[in-house]
Design a protein around this ligand. Structure first.
Ligand code: SF4
Ligand code: SF4
Length: 454
């Protein structure tokens, strides 16, 4: 294609990182299909970073599609809305794909459901006017985002309204939209950009309006030329710039994306806000447009089901609260050589074994790996090659953090800045000894948090 990395501050890349095989071919060409409504959904009451949601309706209540069934319990929390019409059952427990046991509200389907094309039209279809956005003021936009229960759909699940509340001390001058989807295998964001560019653009303009930002940028990796083309066309005349970024992992993580697109460095332990930037994912901004223009909450999301271990890889518009197993079945089931189910992609995802784990707002994909994919995984001793240090985008020393974690030494782990690790998995990917660096770091973080609570 010969893209030039010019015209934006960061030069299109960041320091360190890795180049895992992309594997987007399984599902990249699969147009988003609308999953038929299930007989029941299980809505976890913790689907966001921050405080859990609390029940807003009693068991046996009959609810319509989109009705709020749980409300946020704090500022950093988000309400939950039912994706199906039905009857609320007694709150129980469920196990999320990441292994956490949380309260969950079951809703049994009853009555008429939105399906097929009608559901697509409701979520992404129709007109997305952008000429009269001045009718919405900042408060209305933030209130709509908060009321719709929108969280970061890239996987982080941080409540979106929190990022866009006006902050005079730290004004936002750049709204940066993340269309990188650098995680191997996943293609949900890619399909949203191709098939629903208009709500992405309208949502970006709304966030530009609410922040009064001078710049609106959508960052896309150069391995997605079709998405670049579609969004460039859709953004014409709006002032939104498409930044074509180098394909590298983890280009889509907030801090790396900010450096690549603007040249600004978020300080260690700091937030994008500290350098005047707010980052949201393309799926999130489409949900923002829907919430503001149509008054519709977040009830469905696009999920990639992919890998050599699934019979028919697909991109799906699925109701939140459906089980992972139902989506796998919808894609023809597992192949005989399927060996591991991962919620998300292979770099940052969580291996899970319970088909009943519900899809949450943060579920971007299900990747099914085969025995062949997992072949070279036997752990040996650290050979002190330093490759994990060379690739860490946060300039950490993963091998030392992992060792401190292994020995449950919270103090040492903190000295090595364990909490700055965002678990991108680059170190584990590159390690020739196959050390489970990320798992060790995750455990180490739990030890540090527990030590802080004592
Ligand atoms: S230490 Fe953390 S941030 Fe650094 S490469 Fe490993 S997982 Fe990524
Ligand atoms: S990459 Fe693996 S083997 Fe090399 S120093 Fe890091 S932990 Fe040790």
């Amino acid at each position: 294609m010969g893209f030039k990395f010019k015209g934006f501050g960061g030069g299109g890349s960041f320091a360190h990182g890795v180049h895992p095989p992309e594997r987007k071919n399984f599902s990249g060409d699969a147009a988003i299909e609308v999953v038929p409504p299930p007989g029941k959904v299980m809505l976890p009451l913790l689907q966001n970073v921050g405080a859990p949601s609390v029940e807003a309706v009693k068991p046996k209540t009959v609810v319509a599609v989109g009705e709020m069934v749980a409300k946020g319990s704090a500022f950093v929390s988000a309400p939950i809305h039912t994706p199906i019409a039905g009857k609320v059952m007694k709150t129980g427990m469920t196990t999320l794909a990441n292994g956490r046991h949380v309260k969950a509200m079951p809703i049994k389907a009853d009555g008429e459901q939105l399906t097929g094309q009608a559901l697509w039209n409701d979520v992404f279809g129709g007109e997305w006017p952008r000429d009269d956005l001045d009718q919405y003021d900042g408060k209305q936009i933030v209130d709509a985002i908060q009321g719709a229960g929108i969280v970061g759909l890239g996987g982080a699940a941080f409540p979106t309204h929190v990022k866009y509340v006006p902050n005079d001390e730290k004004p936002i001058d750049t709204v940066l939209i993340n269309g990188c989807e650098c995680e191997p295998y996943l293609t949900a964001d890619y399909r949203v950009m191709l098939e629903a560019p208009d709500p992405v653009i309208t949502g970006t303009l709304l966030l530009g309006k609410v922040t009064g930002a001078r710049e609106m940028i959508i960052g896309i990796e150069d391995n997605k030329p079709e998405a670049i083309e579609v969004l460039t066309r859709a953004a014409a005349g709006t002032g939104i710039r498409i930044a074509v970024l180098k394909t590298k992992y983890p280009q889509g993580s907030e801090k790396q994306l900010i450096v690549a697109a603007t040249g600004r460095e978020v300080p260690l332990g700091g937030l994008p806000l500290d350098v005047g930037v707010a980052v949201s994912n393309v799926g999130t901004v489409a949900a923002v447009a829907r919430a503001v223009l149509r008054g519709k909450p977040l009830t469905h999301r696009v999920i990639t089901v992919t890998g050599a271990g699934i019979r028919n890889p697909k991109n799906l518009l699925a109701p939140i609260g459906i089980t992972m197993g139902e989506l796998i079945d919808y894609c023809g089931g597992l192949t005989p050589d399927a060996a591991r189910m991962v919620a998300g992609g292979p770099m940052m995802g969580f291996a899970f074994s319970d088909m009943n784990a519900p899809v949450t707002k943060g579920t971007s994909g299900i990747t099914i790996l085969t025995h062949d994919d997992l072949k070279r995984e036997e752990e040996t001793n650290c050979v002190r090659c330093g490759r994990c240090v060379d690739v860490c985008p946060m300039n950490l020393v993963p091998t030392k953090i992992a060792l401190a974690s292994r020995y449950k030494d919270a103090e040492l782990a903190q000295q090595y800045n364990i909490m700055a690790c965002f678990e991108c998995g680059s170190c584990a990917y590159i390690c020739p000894a196959n050390l489970p660096l990320v798992q060790l770091i995750r455990t180490g973080k739990a030890v540090v948090i527990a030590a802080g609570k004592k």
